[in-house]
Design a binder for this molecule. Structure first.
Ligand SMILES: [Zn+2]
Length: 254
């Protein structure tokens, strides 16, 4: 099999030294419990797949995009009491991002997209701080917010529900246990209305919120729903990558 020119994990120096890459994509996931039916690697498997699919479609349209190796640990400070949920603090992530961005900038890569697949990660404030110090253009996407999930799924929980389970049934069905083994993903809501309404915010203590680690019922998940959703998400991200590759970052406004 020939290496795919948009996946750094498969490339040698022979290809890289001759390719003027315009956009690097850094997939960033998490290692955490996903109910009783999906593996700890779920966010990583999903995010890596969507990064690769999006880059492939952008490459076919002429954009020189390269996907970097995925960072497998995310912010899991609300799950420190769940065995083998591996937390990386935001301040540690900021240092990692700084090193990656500084290296790429020094090598003349003009643009970096962080493709995030975990709700506890938030790269926006890190980018605000770092963008003032590096020459390459920084931006971030949460892939689960790219298209409206309402037109694909009926139950919109935000962790291991119908969306994530459908995506995994499409992307890596060999890693999904029978749905009969899954818990219902029932989540306890905050007692204080402001938190329920979303205009006050505090991180959730996961063990107190849910018994099976899920927030959202996976029962209606299917591989076909996952296929349609991943296709829509990666199509839209590919379009963005093509536009970004062509863009003059000194002139970004209408
Ligand atoms: Zn997840």
């Amino acid at each position: 099999m020939r290496p795919r020119p948009y996946l750094l994990n498969e490339l040698t120096w022979k290809t890289v030294r001759a390719a003027p890459y315009e956009v690097a994509v850094l997939p960033w996931g998490a290692t955490e419990a996903h109910n009783f039916h999906l593996p700890y690697s779920t966010d990583n498997v999903e995010t890596e797949h969507i990064a690769g699919r999006s880059a492939e479609r952008a490459w076919e349209r002429g954009a020189r995009v390269v996907v970097l190796p995925l960072v497998p640990f995310g912010v899991n400070t609300g799950q420190l009491d769940i065995p083998l949920c591996v937390n990386l603090n935001p301040s540690t992530q900021a240092l990692m991002l700084r090193d990656v961005a500084t290296a790429l900038a020094g090598q003349g890569i003009p643009k970096l997209v962080i493709l995030n697949g975990h709700g506890g990660n938030d790269f926006r404030q890190m980018i605000r701080e770092l963008q003032a110090e590096v020459s390459l253009f920084l931006c971030t996407i949460n892939w689960y917010q790219v298209v409206d999930p309402m037109s694909f799924f009926s139950d919109l929980g935000d962790h291991v529900g119908e969306l994530e389970t459908s995506v995994m049934l499409h992307v890596a069905p060999e890693l999904v246990l029978p749905l009969s083994e899954a818990g219902p993903g029932a989540a306890r809501r905050f007692k204080i209305a402001a938190f329920r309404e979303g205009w006050a915010w505090a991180p959730r203590r996961w063990r107190q919120v849910t018994d099976d680690t899920g927030v959202g019922n996976p029962a209606a998940a299917t591989a076909e729903k996952g296929r349609r959703y991943v296709d829509a998400v990666s199509g839209k991200i590919a379009e963005f990558l093509v536009e970004l590759a062509r863009a003059d970052t000194g002139s970004m406004y209408e």
